[in-house]
Design a protein around this ligand. Structure first.
Ligand code: NAD
Ligand code: TYD
Length: 359
């Protein structure tokens, strides 16, 4: 496979590249990322650029660039992680969520269709090169919120509540349309909240770990009883690999780790593991439109693709806390904005030989 991984400098995309280098190193990965505030090449600094891996700084909305990359690297697979991913930011500034998450996805779909269709000029043809696939990384948030009972299945109606989840749902629908109308071989994965190494500290778990280590207040929204279904990022990566290699074209797969936890439980656990004081916990005004509960029914992926999560939450959260404790410099750089300079240092003109920046 020649895989275009978009958003590979982000949390999950970066972990996916690492996972692939360890578990399926025979494939070539082209990591395309615009390096927004959330993109951090420092997380991948020990991965050398060679004939199996390269980084290209580009925006998925740049159709000419995407087209050139498909040609240059003979792309056979796309795993589209690139997105604006933070609900709170989408409440403050929704527009970029639509342009990146929806229009960006559509630009990639068009590029894939053009390059993979065997008769691109024939609007009735549904024939594609053998083995190609587009995988759209979506979220369980497209299903909206649950009450106390029930879980999201792949047939739960889409009912997004935030600008972020509405944009992700819109991208899912345009993907569906490309599968139905054009026969483009694709899968959509919808996973629950991820946690693990290299997550930007605007999300619950790394934010609480960091604040706890600094002795700063831990801002819990509302009553802290909102429930998320946590998935270790490496389990998400193995699930994406399973869908990419064994998923039936046109299908949606939910990915979840069966780890429902109330936010306040998680915050207390972090406080406990780090030996901090619960007095740091500070209840703050709730997020507008805050979804009460998410929970994934993962029956389809476990029974049809034989995937299962390897992590228990108990093991995963302790390892994750240890990772952030052991990588204080990573956190410092992210927070100080130094990681933005890393790109300039790493890819300064004298180093750009292997990147498309120099082409
Ligand atoms: P992230 O914010 O950490 O990373 C997103 C990456 O995309 C960044 O590196 C950023 O620079 C890049 N990017 C943003 N706009 C771009 C553009 N226009 N062109 C190219 N690159 C661009 O996000 P994440 O947590 O790694 O999430 C990855 C994907 O998984 C997203 O699509 C998100 O919706 C989905 N998802 C995340 C979670 C979670 O818990 N983090 C859960 C479910 C689904
Ligand atoms: P977050 O990590 O932003 O993920 P998402 O909104 O995609 O689920 O938030 C996870 C949960 O934690 C969510 O219910 C909101 C809550 N939360 C807080 O209580 N305080 C915070 O400072 C943050 C960032 C999140």
């Amino acid at each position: 496979m020649n895989i275009l991984v978009t958003g590979g400098a982000g949390f999950i995309g970066g972990n996916f590249i690492r996972w692939m280098r360890t578990h399926a190193p025979e494939h070539r990965i082209v990591n395309v990322d615009a390096l927004t505030y959330a993109g951090n090449l420092e997380s991948l600094r020990d991965i050398p650029e060679d004939d199996r891996y390269c980084f290209v700084r580009a925006d998925i909305r740049d159709r000419a660039k995407m087209d050139a990359l498909f040609t240059e690297y003979d792309i056979t697979h796309v795993v589209n992680f690139a997105a604006e991913s933070h609900v709170d930011r989408s409440i403050v500034d929704p527009e970029i969520f639509l342009t990146t998450n929806v229009v960006g996805t559509q630009a990639l779909l068009d590029t894939a269709k053009k390059h993979w269709k065997t008769a691109p000029e024939d609007k009735y043809s549904r024939e594609y090169r053998d083995g190609v696939k587009f995988l759209q990384v979506s979220t369980d948030e497209v299903y909206g919120a649950l009450g106390r009972e029930g879980k999201f299945t792949e047939t739960t109606p889409l009912s997004p509540n935030s600008p972020y989840s509405a944009a992700k749902a819109s991208a899912d629908l345009i993907c569906r349309a490309y599968a139905e109308t054009f026969g483009l071989p694709l899968n959509i994965t919808r996973c629950s909240n991820n946690y693990g190494p290299c997550q930007f500290p605007e999300k619950l778990i790394p934010l609480m770990i960091h604040n706890c280590m600094e002795g700063k207040p831990l801002p819990v929204y509302g009553d802290g009883m909102q429930i998320r279904d946590w998935l270790h990022v490496s389990d998400h990566c193995s699930a994406i690999h399973a869908v990419l290699t064994r998923g039936l074209a046109g299908e949606v797969y939910n990915i979840g780790g069966n780890n429902e936890r109330a936010n306040i439980e998680i915050v207390r656990q972090i406080v406990h593991v780090l030996g901090a004081s619960e007095s740091l916990i500070t209840y703050v005004k709730d997020r507008p439109g805050h979804d009460r509960r998410y929970a994934i029914d993962n029956t389809k992926i476990t029974t049809r693709l034989g995937w299962a999560p390897a992590y228990t939450f108990e093991r995963g959260i302790v390892e994750t806390i240890e990772w952030y404790r052991d990588h204080a410099t990573w956190m410092e750089h992210v927070l100080s904005g130094e990681y933005a300079d890393y790109y300039e240092r790493m890819y300064a003109p004298s180093f750009t030989r292997q990147t498309s920046e120099s082409r």
